[in-house]
Design a protein around this ligand. Structure first.
Ligand code: GLN
Length: 274
């Protein structure tokens, strides 16, 4: 077990992308990518400590009631694991403290932010940012160009300049509690991904390139360690050439760009955690 790269994808309460995320982990080289229902973690049947890479998948946790992922964040912060005195959030914090990786996609990103796992500027896990209703007032389902901050500590985007990925969300507008939080995120290069033009050069607030009106065009952020990462676009939805909307008309490499994020995660685990 020690030499295996082990990923876990949490399912339940309304997730709908867990199979695609597990598939992406496996394609990227993870030896294990288990889809585990949250009830099994809460029952103490599965231990997060047995894994290196925790994935929160997209979906509609609790039907987006109270705002997307809000009820889910409350659940993780308060529900106690059977036979212990730890909440699930406590065990996730221990997982993080052990130097491991967490990625939240879309509803998973919303969950990480509302739990306070991201951006965790002071490491205190209080909520300082949120994802709220798209400026257009509608659910957005479209492909977006994303500029990567080359100076970001983010483990997942290492070596990348731009990626093309789909979004599908109603609440993707990233906002901070105060302008100071936004400044700090920017100055520490934690604003990893920004919606941009088709050349991956300029971040933009223009719709539809920026599908939701996100502050500073932010599509994804990481914590100061770079090991915790959340993004609204779906990397697991572009892991093969045929996922690209113009694959019949363009010459494309076999691997989709979303796979790069998972490959970077697996490389980090092999180099640092095995
Ligand atoms: N695809 C998703 O994960 C959607 C997240 C959330 N339900 C929203 O609409 O914003």
């Amino acid at each position: 077990m020690a030499q295996q790269v082990r990923a876990i994808v949490i399912s339940g309460n309304g997730t709908n992308c867990e199979r695609e995320v597990a598939n992406a982990c496996r394609l990227a080289g993870a030896d294990v990518a288990d889809i585990v229902h949250i009830s099994r973690l809460l029952a103490g049947e599965v231990d997060l400590n047995d894994y290196h890479f925790l994935n929160f998948a997209g979906g509609f946790l609790d039907g987006d009631d109270l705002g997307s992922a809000k009820a889910g964040a409350n659940r993780l912060n308060s529900a106690v694991i059977a036979g212990s005195d730890q909440t699930l959030a406590d065990s996730i914090r221990a997982f993080v403290a052990a130097g491991k990786l967490v990625m939240g996609v879309c509803n998973g990103f919303q969950l990480m932010v509302k739990m306070g796992l991201l951006p965790s500027l002071d490491g205190d896990h209080s909520q300082t940012t949120t994802l709220t209703f798209n400026d257009g007032g509608r659910f957005e389902d479209r492909w977006t160009y994303l500029k990567v901050d080359p100076d970001s500590p983010c483990v997942f985007t290492k070596g990348l300049k731009g990626i093309y990925l789909p979004v599908r969300h109603g609440e993707g507008k990233f906002v901070t509690e105060s302008p100071g939080i936004l400044d700090e995120l920017e100055s520490r290069h934690l604003t990893v991904l920004k919606y941009c033009d088709a050349d991956y050069q300029a971040p933009t607030m223009d719709y539809p390139l920026n599908p939701n009106g996100s502050s500073a065009a932010i599509a994804g952020i990481c914590d100061p360690s770079g090991r915790l990462f959340g993004l609204m676009p779906h990397p697991e939805a572009y892991v093969h050439r045929t996922h690209h909307p113009r694959w019949t008309r363009e010459e494309l490499p076999e691997e989709g760009m979303g796979l790069w994020l998972y490959q970077n995660a697996v490389t980090f685990i092999r180099e640092n955690l095995l």
